[in-house]
Design a protein around this ligand. Structure first.
Ligand code: UD1
Ligand code: UDP
Length: 388
């Protein structure tokens, strides 16, 4: 058994990585067998800072790299140079990354160049389509090529890794840490801030629809089609209000403002802090989204999702029937949302609260897997099993 604590650097840069790594960082920081440092690339700024605040995370390093309308190649090279210096200085025994962003792949590559082992949280998700979603599908699959230890959220993710010939003893079935994060911030008697008029919508007897949209492959024509569908939907159903926390990408901001800015029952909002956002999902009749993480959160909260993209690396909830795929077709979005608003029997079937993604213990399982990997403890890891 190893006597010295193991030094790990956890690296992230965007909102979803921060949300899903926060529970892991907390668990590692509480364990004396690890020295856990955090480095943020600052690929996102305001949206990252919101998460750092809500989880009281204080990074040891912040590269502050975000630029307006940043391009993938330039961002990647700035991340590699910035992180290279930190890793040479700190010489960690493991670099921990999450998911599928530019930060994820660039951090893994930087660690690889210095021959530092890589742990990948949320490993093994796949659509099998190189450009969908873009660039995330290749980001995560290349990161898995580079990784040395894998934390697979679901049995399907585990199987995907095995199929790609990852060594079985290096793959740990953990559940998704997003469920840990939801539980960490849930609060029974949550009050919405005044600028988010949820109570007023409820008093008017209106149902709430929540929308998010930001995927790179949807920017342009597809997002225009989504917003046209949304406008028509809200115009058709007079007892419905739409809440849309608009992603800070200027391309999304411009289109949202020009297409949805003028409707009295459409509320365009700033990105919401995580606690407010999760509570808003809870208050919603349904969620329209092209997000990855929201496909995992909403089913656990018993709220149906209409998915605004053609392919998903998270087919579990689609198979369970709590996520419904519309792609970016105007007709399908309106049809599915209309059914969920009007057909109570159909609605009941899609809202069976089911959670194939986690049980709130994923971060502890990741710690236990690391204890085994570094031979700090034996036989402590218990895999996640999906409950019906
Ligand atoms: C990134 C990830 C995507 C993830 C998403 C989560 C890549 C290639 N994409 O996409 O996988 O789903 O984050 O939201 O890694 N901006 C701000 N403030 C912020 C954040 C973004 O102003 O806090 C603006 C900037 O102009 C920035 C632009 O949004 O250039 C795009 O950010 P970027 O990280 O490149 O892409 P996302 O679409 O956010
Ligand atoms: N989210 C948030 N505030 C918002 C919108 C989303 O905190 O206004 C959270 C959401 O609950 C989820 C994560 O951000 O955990 C998803 O981020 P995003 O959709 O930007 O990225 P993706 O999951 O698609 O990578």
């Amino acid at each position: 058994m190893k006597a010295e604590p193991v030094k790990i650097i956890t690296i992230f840069g965007t909102r979803p990585e921060a949300i899903k790594l926060a529970p892991v960082i907390k668990v590692l920081e509480e364990d004396e067998r690890f020295i856990n440092l955090t480095a943020v690339t600052g690929q996102h700024r305001e949206m990252l800072d919101q998460v750092l605040n809500i989880f009281s995370l204080k990074p040891d390093y912040d590269l502050k790299l975000m630029e307006p309308e940043q391009r993938l190649a330039a961002l990647t090279s700035r991340i590699i140079s910035g992180l290279g210096e930190i890793l040479s200085q700190e010489k960690p025994e493991l670099v921990l990354v999450h998911g599928d962003t530019t930060t994820t792949l660039a951090a893994a590559l930087t660690a690889f160049y210095q021959q530092i082992p890589i742990g990948h949280v949320e490993a093994g998700l796949r659509t099998g389509k190189k450009f969908s979603p873009f660039p995330e599908e290749m980001n995560r699959s290349l990161t898995d090529q580079l990784a040395d230890i894998y934390f697979a959220p679901t049995p399907l993710n585990f199987q995907n890794l095995l199929r790609e010939r990852a060594a079985e003893e290096k793959i740990f079935l953990t559940g998704n840490t997003v469920i840990d994060a939801v539980r960490m911030i849930s609060e029974e008697s949550y009050q919405f801030p005044r600028e988010i008029p949820v109570a007023e919508a409820r008093e008017r007897g209106h149902k709430i629809i929540l929308l998010t949209a930001h995927r790179r492959e949807n920017l342009g024509k597809r997002m225009e089609e989504i917003f046209t569908a949304v406008w028509e939907l809200i115009s058709t159903y007079s007892k419905v209000e739409l809440f849309f926390p608009v992603h800070l990408n200027p391309r999304v901001q411009r289109l949202a403002e020009s297409r949805l800015g003028e409707h009295p029952r459409i509320h365009l909002l700033e990105p919401l802090d995580y606690q407010t956002f999760i509570n808003l999902i809870n208050q919603s009749r349904l969620v329209l989204t092209d997000s990855g993480g929201i496909q995992e959160e909403a089913p656990g909260l018993g709220v149906p999702v209409i998915l605004l993209r053609e392919d998903t690396e998270r087919p579990e909830a689609l198979e369970a029937g709590t996520v419904l795929k519309a792609g970016t077709s105007r007709k399908k979005i309106i049809e599915l949302a209309g059914r969920l608003l009007e057909d109570e029997e159909f609605y009941r079937r899609t809202t069976r609260s089911s959670n194939p993604y986690g049980d709130g213990q994923a971060a502890c399982r990741i710690r236990d897997a690391l204890l085994e990997y570094f031979q700090l403890d034996d036989g402590v890891f218990q895999p996640f099993s999906v409950q019906d």
